[in-house]
Design a protein around this ligand. Structure first.
Ligand code: DAH
Length: 333
């Protein structure tokens, strides 16, 4: 072995040791890349050592060359191993930084929910939509025609009285019931008809435990060939069972100008009967007013009081609670 080759061998050994140590202590992938350039790059330490090969005896070159290649392989293997380890550590760190402690107590956020009036109306609408009815709506400000005349109220009917109806200065009025939507819908559509029409109504009622001046109704209307009172009763029965389950119900003969025959439906509420809807077979005069032939078509209709239904559903003692905006009350639903 010549001095020169011994020298190169030494340099390679030192280089390898230095490089191994540096690689072992690298902390980031960037540092590792710097080390690769420093030791194995074009102008790196290994290239420099190999630069000295030219001065070697021809017989020594293959041995030193092989040794240099070996050092290069080792360092490449070291770099590769370290890179894998650093990448794994990086992923590990990222995962633990993003991990959630599912046992940590949550942050309480107050969550709102539907008002009992809204949820009751939605349940009613859902049931009728399930029976094939379409949702319809009409304005709260109405004319005498839609609120009364087209619904067969005679000119001197007591319901038109200032006592019951809130008239506006321009002669219009605030609708006293959602039956107005029956007329508007029939005017614009041909039979067969199945509609469910929710809405707000107004009356100059004295407020008490079961009355408010502003209240909500859902109107039902079906017009077709061959509909009878049996269809009405069956529909109401299916509806009441879907809403209340098993509840005592009573049909009472009644009178409405726009239905003949007419009935009112009562259900048990706090030990007494509470009226929850009016209903009946659409009066032929109403069908005529919208241009339907009463000899061909018959219909049934009903108007349901949402507040009353909510009172029965939740066994409320006083309708005024529904409007009191008292959170102690509202939070129960
Ligand atoms: N509109 C009536 C009221 O508010 C309720 C009513 C009765 C509606 C009979 C109807 C009906 O559709 O057929 O008192």
């Amino acid at each position: 072995m010549t001095t020169q080759s011994g020298d190169l061998e030494n340099q390679l050994a030192v280089l390898r040791q230095d490089a191994q140590q540096a690689i072992a202590t690298a902390e980031t992938l960037e540092q590792l890349e710097q080390l690769r350039i420093k030791y194995l790059g074009k102008k790196g330490s290994l290239s420099q050592v190999l630069g000295g090969m030219g001065k070697l005896d021809a017989t020594e070159r293959p041995r030193i060359g092989a040794l240099a290649n070996q050092v290069k392989d080792w360092l490449q293997a070291d770099l590769e191993q370290k890179r894998t380890a650093l990448q794994a550590a990086q992923i590990e760190a990222q995962l633990s930084a993003e991990s959630l402690d599912v046992t940590m107590p949550g942050v309480y956020r107050a969550q709102g929910h539907a008002h009992p009036l809204t949820s009751t109306a939605e349940r009613v609408i859902d049931i009728f939509v399930g029976l094939g009815y379409t949702i319809a709506q009409g304005p709260e400000m109405e004319t005498d025609y839609y609120n009364f005349e087209a619904l067969n109220f005679l000119k001197d009917h007591p319901a038109r009285d200032m006592q019951d109806t809130l008239y506006l200065p321009d002669g219009n009025l605030l609708r006293t019931h959602t039956s107005t939507v029956q007329v508007r819908y029939m005017e614009a559509n041909d039979p067969p008809i199945r509609i469910v029409a929710p809405g707000r109504c107004y009356r100059r009622d004295t407020v008490d435990a079961t009355h408010t001046a502003v209240f909500h109704q859902v109107e039902i209307l079906a017009v077709d060939e061959g509909l009878t009172f049996t269809d009405l009763k069956g529909t109401i029965k299916v509806f009441l069972e879907a809403l209340f389950g098993d509840v005592a119900v009573r049909f009472r003969p009644s009178f409405f100008p726009f239905t003949e025959p007419s009935a009112e439906v009562d259900v048990q509420w706090r030990g007494r009967w509470l009226e929850i809807m009016g209903c009946g077979m659409v009066d032929p005069n109403v069908l005529k007013a919208v241009g339907y032939d009463p000899e061909v078509y018959t219909g049934f209709a009903a108007g349901l009081g949402i507040e009353r239904l909510a009172m029965v559903l939740h066994q409320l003692d006083d309708i005024r609670r529904i409007y009191a905006s008292d959170l102690r009350f509202l939070r129960q639903f």
